[in-house]
Design a protein around this ligand. Sequence first.
Ligand SMILES: NC(=O)c1ccc[n+]([C@@H]2O[C@H](COP(=O)([O-])OP(=O)(O)OC[C@H]3O[C@@H](n4cnc5c(N)ncnc54)[C@H](OP(=O)(O)O)[C@@H]3O)[C@@H](O)[C@H]2O)c1
Length: 327
Amino acid sequence: MNTRTFGQTSRPVSEVGLGCWQLGSDCWGDLSETAAENILRAAVDQGITFIDTADVYGAGRSEELIGRFIRDCPEELFVATKLGRGPGTWPDGYTRESLTAATEASLKRLGVDCLDLTQLHCIPQEELHKGEVFAHMNALQAEGKIRNWGASVEDIDQARACLDAEGLSSFQVIFNIFRQKPARELFDEAKARNIAIIVRLPMASGVLTGKFTGTESFAENDHRNFNADGQLFNVGETFAGIPFPKAVELAQRLEAFLPEGLAMPQFALRWILDHEAVTTVIPGATRVSQVESNARANAIPALSAELHAKLAAFYQEYVHSHIRGVY
Ligand SMILES: NC(=O)c1ccc[n+]([C@@H]2O[C@H](COP(=O)([O-])OP(=O)(O)OC[C@H]3O[C@@H](n4cnc5c(N)ncnc54)[C@H](OP(=O)(O)O)[C@@H]3O)[C@@H](O)[C@H]2O)c1
């Protein structure tokens, strides 16, 4: 597994990581503890060392399962979590005390003395503009509760509101073949400042694996059911903001661009990894086979410049106008 250095830290992380929203078992259908453990084990077996979670995934379940796993895991993992969407903080309670309480709860669930990285979890734009929250994060770092802090953002404006914050280590962004804007509007600036880029939704919630026909129905506790059109949170977090049938149709058309012998999941991930500013991509998984398949993207040669240009044109012409919500 190739590694890339995480921003200003000297720590190498696997360029393919693992997203652990699925381990919450509340937004991707049910996932048993055994399945979760198997997914984590498979990730480590594939050389994955970067894991992303949040305090609110399954109201702490994802962090707890990761905490239990890393206790007995001999490999050194970089665990990134998030805060700011849970009770006591969301939507306007970003005090030093509430952020300390959320951090201490994550430390306890993960069973560590210091968090490798904690990320502001898509907190309201006005809080980012006020900026007090950044001072609170730096205070948590000075106290030794966190090693690094970053911001998970929904759009470029939110990222810009954080760019000048002293101490910011990373951005987490939605970036995939359907959502190409960050490459143009954020990556150069982030790279120049040595800010790590963590890429979420690489598969547009599964659509970019090419496995859907558009007739699927999702479980009641799956956000692809209850947030398909942004009913509960940012529409961009589900299918990258594109209506499901349209997203499936676009993914089917993408198959015409597949280099011979390459499968869609690896194609989608390779396209992301070809961007130098990207530090790690964190596909989520509900099965061991998905983790294994996704890890393989790291061994595939870069896509040609010609193919990148064709995919940029495809996005501009056919995808861009279908993206809903902030972007
Ligand atoms: N606001 C935020 O900060 C935020 C928001 C969203 C996500 N995240 C983080 O980003 C991570 C990744 O994003 P995501 O999970 O939302 O979206 P994603 O990675 O685009 O999609 C994950 C889903 O794609 C399917 N999948 C993945 N690999 C596959 C493969 N090789 N073959 C077939 N299907 C495959 C699985 O679907 P099935 O479930 O159908 O098996 C999996 O649950 C999350 O786990 C989370 O850690 C953060």
